[in-house]
Write a protein that binds this ligand. Structure first.
Ligand SMILES: [Zn+2]
Length: 147
């Protein structure tokens, strides 16, 4: 049997696909295309067959899907805040006789942060939500009733 690429007479030929055309070539020439026939007896290192490639691609797709789901989950807020949470913060703060500045000091946050929170222009991260609730002894989460 002759290699359809280099013409060398070989006992074992490998079926490969080169740019859409299928050729029977020697093991040395098989590296120029995608190997279709993996039943050859050659010990030469060759590219993996289409079946193996499919498994790899499926695994890669799985990994991509998992990573995407995790990223989406990470973006979801852990806590859903009550619709009137800025008002709850403000009224509770005033009830305790705290200025925005003093309240900010208690939370270890800048006064501007408190101002933004009470204006509803900044959503507090989960850690700050817990700190606000602890400091003012209120609940600003949607799932729990206001104190
Ligand atoms: Zn050849």
């Amino acid at each position: 049997m002759r290699c359809e690429m280099c013409g060398k007479d070989e006992t074992t030929l490998v079926t490969i696909s080169v740019e859409g055309s299928v050729l029977k070539v020697c093991t040395a020439c098989s590296r120029f295309g995608k190997v279709l026939d993996t039943s050859r007896t050659s010990t030469a290192p060759l590219p993996k067959g289409p079946a193996a490639r499919e498994v790899v691609e499926t695994r890669l797709a799985d990994r991509t899907t998992r990573r995407t789901e995790r990223d989406l989950f990470a973006e979801l807020p852990e806590m859903e805040l009550a619709p009137d949470w800025p008002r709850r913060i403000r009224s509770a703060r005033e009830r305790m006789g705290l200025s925005q500045e003093k309240f900010g000091q208690l939370l270890n946050e800048k006064t501007s942060v408190i101002h933004k929170l009470e204006a509803g222009s900044m959503t507090p991260p989960d850690a700050l939500v817990r700190k606000i609730e602890r400091t003012l002894k209120i609940r600003i989460r949607a799932s729990e009733p206001a104190a």
